[in-house]
Design a binder for this molecule. Structure first.
Ligand SMILES: [Zn+2]
Length: 262
């Protein structure tokens, strides 16, 4: 949609020194090419977002891992396209599932901003990043100067604020990620969908600008007489494929909710 971001390559098999993506076969308008399942580490690994409950995908990940041991399964958030296969994958590899939302944990401890995960000498630092969903987390991999962003930042286009998310939280999260990426010298964003992004500050600036622009457009649409979310979508998202208008309407509701609380 925005065309602001510079992809490194297509999602399947993209990697940094210690992170590698295995793309799940669930492409759609909302999931782009599919869900990115990230394997982090060398001999010991953590797996981030097993993806949907798709046996062939989960088995492919297991085969790919070979002799490497999975110590933990982490979820960037509880949406089905990331978490649906977690229980089955946990059975296959004998590892606990950790997530912010207790509903999605299995056998292990919780997971929250400030936690540090250690795997085979690597560190993964957890950031609480609510907004897309209430339970969204990002994971910073210092060894690769890479941030795993789940659905908070996608490899292409923009993120939708889901019904369990919140735009005010999301705007704060984008500012936090922007400041964090700058402070830590982030070189790569590894998203939950779509290709990796090689210029984190540029990508985050684009996201922040896009949100401000949409809010301005919604204010203007209201000022010109549009009242219902649908009427606003017809004006503000006129250039967006009609098949995506249900998502746009979700986004408009989140934005109206935000504006009405200011
Ligand atoms: Zn997703």
């Amino acid at each position: 949609m925005s065309g602001l971001h510079i992809p490194l390559a297509g999602p399947d098999g993209i990697r940094t020194d210690h992170a590698e993506n295995l793309l799940a076969p669930n492409p759609s308008e909302m999931t782009l090419e599919g869900t990115n399942t990230w394997v982090i580490g060398t001999d010991e690994v953590v797996v981030v977002d097993p993806g949907p409950d798709d046996e062939a995908h989960l088995q492919r990940v297991v085969r790919h891992l070979g002799q490497r041991r999975v110590t933990q399964i982490l979820l960037t958030h509880g949406h089905h396209d990331h978490s649906g296969g977690a229980k089955r994958f946990a059975e296959l590899v004998g590892a606990p599932v950790r997530a912010l939302d207790p509903e999605h944990r299995l056998g292990g401890e919780g997971l929250a901003g400030g936690d540090v995960i250690e795997v085979g000498g690597l560190e993964l630092r957890v950031y609480g990043t609510p907004g897309h969903s209430f339970d969204s987390l990002c994971f910073w991999l210092p060894a690769d100067l890479a941030m795993l962003t789940g659905d908070t930042v996608l490899g292409r286009g923009t993120t939708v604020i889901a019904p369990d998310g919140n735009l005010a939280d999301y705007l704060r999260t984008l500012d936090l990620l922007r400041a964090t990426a700058e402070e830590l010298g982030a070189e790569t964003l590894l998203p939950g969908h779509g290709p990796a992004l090689a210029d984190p500050l540029h990508a985050l600036d684009g996201y922040i600008a896009h949100r401000r622009e949409r809010l301005d457009q919604i204010r203007a649409a209201r000022a010109s007489g549009a009242r219902t979310p649908r009427e606003i979508v017809e004006i503000v998202y006129a250039d967006v494929d009609r098949e995506l208008w249900f998502a746009a309407e979700m986004s408009v509701r989140a934005q109206l909710d935000y504006l009405d609380r200011l």
